[in-house]
Write a protein that binds this ligand. Sequence first.
Ligand code: HDE
Length: 716
Amino acid sequence: MGKCTNTGADQLAAGMPFNATKPLEYGEAAYTPHAGETQAPPDTVCHELSTNQGVPVADNQNSLKAGLRGPTLMEDFILREKITHFDHERIPERVVHARGSAAHGYFESYQDLSDITRAAPFAAVGKRTPVFVRFSTVAGERGSADTVRDVRGFAVKFYTEEGNWDLVGNNIPVFFIQDAMKFPDLIHAVKPEPNNGIPQAASAHDTFWDFASLSPEIAHMLLWHTSDRAIPRSYRMMQGFGVHTFRLVNAEGASVFCKFHWSPLAGTHALVWDEAVRLAGADPDYHRRDLWEAIEAGEFPAWELGLQIFTEEEAGRFPFDILDPTKIVPEEMVAVRTIGKLVLDRNPHNFFSETEQVAFCAAHVVPGIDFTNDPLLQGRLHSYIDTQLTRLGGPNFHEIPINTPLAQIHNNQRDGFHRQQINRGRVSYEPNSLAGGCPFQAGARGFVSVPEVSQGREVRGKPELFADHYAQAKLFWMSQSAIEQHHIIQAFRFELSRVRTPAVRSRTLSLLANIDARLVASVAEGLGMQVPPPLPPASDRPPYDYMPSPSLSLFARPGQLGIRTRRVALMVAPGADGALIGQLFASLEEAGAVPCLIGARIGQAAAADGAVLDVADSYESAPSVLWDGAIAIQGAGALAIEFIKLQYRHGKPILALGGAVELLKAAKIPRRLPQGLPDPGVIIVTPADVAEGLACFTSVLAQHRVHARETDPPRV
Ligand code: HDE
């Protein structure tokens, strides 16, 4: 093993190109870090460069040529191996959920649930099971922006001692369709239109709304999709759901039904639409970066797992069918029982090897968990393994390290593309005597399906209760706060304004007319259309009349984080009060926020007292949408004005100190809310009162934003 001595740096420093006639000496490296840069983590052993056959590479700069100015030689196996590997670096992206980010962590059970389920993660109080969790958007391609309006995937792989269990859920508890048969149609409709490949990662186009308006079962999901759930502030700040009804099974084989809920300790918080749109340009990796940085900073994202458990008899009394994935079980009907905690505490080492190659599968369950006959779930049980055959190149994807269970694998499956395991012996069948009968069946210790009675005619159809498409859409609508309802209306207006076919808009309005009169009237008004007659209902049964369910509002979960991980911009300029800035910086950091100095340009600036201010970001490189709140200390100019205007428009807290009040005046920031009351998020104090001002600022920051400020169109 050679050691990097970085002697090539001398040549670089001297501005000398590497000389083709003088190859680097053994152990020399081509590059040395600049001051403050690290070449490799200090605990990494540095190896010499080699080919994939382990042959040491002498020169990684130049291909082999016939003479310095001559043609490149076929003989250069090092060049050809390197380029060939590069040519094949991409694997097919996921057909849905292509864009995602992931992290490692653990699940810790608060309870011993063995009376209900023999699933290994719930076997004892305090038991920890390692997990790998991938969050994703659905419609966009691998390189699309994080903040688009979309459902988010929330897929958890539990590495239990009884095998891998994948809980492959979403951040929304219901789905667009009721039967797997419709999934390819749904996805074709939402993906870029096939003639021109437009639009990327957006449902706001004709084909999606054409399909939606012809599929009334989508009604409930459309309200979630147009709500703020579809533009989360962070992966750390969204719920997760198993969506389908599952079964929990105990050691005696007794089973109950179960719905899975993940609830973020950081609370449920969303972006506002204008912010989401701007973020897609300012930082397309916004959610990926947020997750990565929180974990690197030791602010480990955490969720509690809740179960809604109910029996077959109880399920029979519900006004909906528990096999219908467009329905929730309202928490008022079955309470959510909190039984454990998920913590993400380690970023992947390699995005491709882990985040890209992880293969989740709805059919990966362990003893103690079982399926129901939900026709959407049943289709998924086939799809996920099938898709990996193409994406990961064959049936051995379970041997890729991120997919390998901690439990040992013993079976007679053999060979296939990319087989890693070298199976020994001549026996690859069962029953056998030549290998002593091994591996042998686990019997009752193994996975045993619930012996559900299953009888009936072969039919293509749906149970009657599936036809109630609107009752739970109404439930969701009436459970939203006024501001959330306003956002849903705005989202429908935006999406349908982008639809070019008037008949599609009109048909969608007919669908909404079955949900709420004010909703449909407001959307129609925004489209310059009359409200058409409602779509005829699919069933003669009178729809069930639900009471509002407050837990369906995002505001039901403010979270326990306060201002931890919130990004605060300290707006400064040369000549600012250095001591004041130091005090603000220290206080914010101590409270767990992420303060940063921002100005007209980055670099060092002199404070009034001569101290050096390290301005890390500029208004152009880190625009307003990247910050949760701003403290104006000193600075002026068009960019600072634009920055503060957007902070205001997006409901963020603004603290102005001393002379910075002029900036607020120049930006025409009102101090009162549209309703006439003082705006709690516009705080103006003298530097002498900074502690008091900061306390007001942080209390608003902890509430995420000042929703009451929101106006449409914006006031500044
Ligand atoms: Fe998926 N889904 N899905 N899905 N799904 C995939 O599997 C599919 C559905 C979900 O981070 C694919 O490995 C069908 C519901 C997540 O890698 C594919 C149907 C829910 C992820 C597939 C559904 C999900 C996927 C694409 C209807 C919420 C990302 C690549 C019958 C409960 C997992 C892959 C990750 C990924 C098929 C419906 C969640 C093609 C056929 C409902 C979170 O197999």
